[in-house]
Design a protein around this ligand. Structure first.
Ligand SMILES: Cc1ncc(COP(=O)(O)O)c(C=O)c1O
Length: 482
């Protein structure tokens, strides 16, 4: 995909696949979208998919499968115990990561539950580049605490740093020195760091972390859910690995780790999850949790069809022309938005395009949820559904005051191989129009506010009639266009 130059000089990612199954989409008129977002309590999680044109909420479980994945699903071996399908998946994971022990689980957070229950003693610390929501919850429930040791550039909204997901090695060494290695449960690195904009780590950084872990006898665990994007960035941006194949880079990453776990809703473009383990002793400790929470050891809560799709999807992840589609579409979208002065997180990462709401709607105070208001306004003017990643996604402090997020982001996920170029251009066009009219966007306030994970199903209303005014301006500028 990357290696095709256009005579015009334009930089356009060219898809190396064709579409053979399609799903019809609906684009409602803006007046109907106003009704839909009001009914959803201005929370994009509560929109019905039938009211959504482009679903950019997440890349989880919504990536397009290949014809080979679909074909494999037909040949699955349906059995509770000893399914041939599982052994095919097990072989593939052993072959890719070189670890001897494999446990299946129904999705990524299930792996986190099993790992945390097995390896964390109350009071222990888990250093990591950055947390993911479900990871942190499982660590905390099991009595652990999270220490984020991301490099400073990781939290800068605009940067030229290619590996914003790197861990600060000095901070890691200091933390171990101060607390003693016996108080560190394990070190966790997350590929394609989700909550800071899908930003990768460098393999050189992972090797340094491994060295610190080896010296201090601490386990290194990789969350490989977003590994495919990270592999792309290592191959294209880390000089030392330019000539290596994706398969070789994958193995070199795995060689640094003691345990690798993943959500197959992302890695492998299917649905499910798995834990790959180097030590037999740790495997024996974990496997009873699989039978307790997930299912038997040869399916772990997954359907055999999904396991077949995952096996093929994991192999397809070794193909640069498969894994480059996501990051290149995201880079295209980010570049187009920059041309139109829309504030976005740079450099473009994996997972999706992240709009900086703190700058986009800098007139909205954080207690009126700028990123949530932007997500609502963007759905209204485009039918595109994104996700709030800001203060709404935080939990209030114990005294009831707001915990303001470091970043206020509107995340526009790019499910892999799902959207066409003209759809991406449409998403850019509507966002650019909204940016020109940004002063019209107002804040939101909660009418129903759950105590835990309020962003999932909390309901809000606009603080004024700004949405009606935005609809009027849209009609004035676009006439009777959808
Ligand atoms: C980095 C990371 N880890 C873990 C998970 C949890 O995976 P799942 O949604 O399959 O439970 C996700 C999901 O988005 C993720 O991005």
């Amino acid at each position: 995909m990357a290696n095709v130059k256009f005579h015009s000089g334009e930089k356009v990612p060219l898809e190396m696949h064709k579409v053979r199954i399609v799903q019809k989409l609906e684009l409602l008129p803006i007046e109907k979208r106003l009704e839909a977002i009001a009914e959803a309590g201005n929370n994009t999680f509560l929109l019905k998919n039938r009211d959504v044109f482009m679903d950019m909420l997440t890349d989880s479980g919504v990536n397009a499968m290949s014809d080979k994945q679909q074909a494999a699903m037909m040949a699955s071996d349906d059995s509770y115990a000893g399914s041939e399908t599982f052994y095919r998946l097990e072989d593939k994971l052993k072959n890719l990561f070189g670890m001897d022990y494999i446990l299946p689980a129904h999705q990524g957070r299930a792996c986190e539950n099993i790992i945390s229950q097995t390896l964390i003693n109350p009071g222990q610390i888990v250093p990591m580049n950055y947390h993911f929501t479900t990871t942190k919850s499982h660590i905390v429930i099991n009595g652990g605490t999270v220490e984020e040791l991301i490099i400073d550039e990781g939290l800068e909204t605009t940067s030229t740093c290619s590996f914003k997901g790197n861990m600060n090695i000095d901070k890691l060494e200091n933390l171990i020195r101060l607390n003693g290695s016996e108080n560190i449960a394990f070190v966790r690195m997350e590929a394609g760091t989700n909550l800071i904009g899908g930003q990768p780590f460098a393999l050189a950084n992972l090797k340094e972390i491994k060295e610190v872990c080896r010296k201090n006898n601490i386990l290194l665990i990789l969350d490989a859910s977003l590994l495919q994007d990270n592999l792309y960035f290592i191959k294209t941006k880390e000089e030392e690995y330019k000539e290596k194949s994706i398969r070789e880079i994958t193995r070199e990453i795995a060689d640094q780790c003691d345990i690798i776990y993943f959500s197959a809703r992302k890695l492998g473009s299917a649905r499910g999850g798995g834990i790959c383990i180097r030590s037999e002793h740790i495997f024996n400790g974990m496997r009873e949790f699989v039978t307790l929470y997930e299912g038997f050891l040869t399916y772990g809560g997954m359907s055999v069809r999904e396991m077949e799709a995952m096996t093929v999807g994991l192999e397809e992840t070794m193909d640069m022309e498969v894994i480059n589609q996501g990051p290149q579409f995201i880079e295209f979208m980010v570049d187009e938005l920059i041309k139109k002065n829309v504030p976005v997180i740079t450099p473009a990462g994996g997972l999706g395009c992240h709009v900086n709401a703190m700058d986009f709607v800098d007139h909205i105070p954080q207690n009126e949820y700028p990123a949530g208001a932007l997500a609502s306004a963007y759905y209204l003017v485009s039918g595109v559904r994104g996700m709030e990643r800001g203060t709404m996604s935080e939990q209030r402090n114990p005294d009831g005051s707001e915990l303001f997020a470091n970043m206020e982001l509107l995340r526009l996920a790019m499910p892999r191989r799902v959207f066409t170029m003209s759809q991406v251009k449409y998403a850019v066009d509507r966002l650019a129009w909204l940016y020109e009219n940004r002063e019209m966007i107002g804040g939101l306030r909660f009418t129903e506010e759950p105590k835990i994970l309020r962003f999932f199903f909390g309901r809000l209303v606009p603080v004024s009639d700004w949405q009606q005014k935005l609809v009027e301006k849209f009609r004035k500028d676009f006439g009777d266009s959808l």
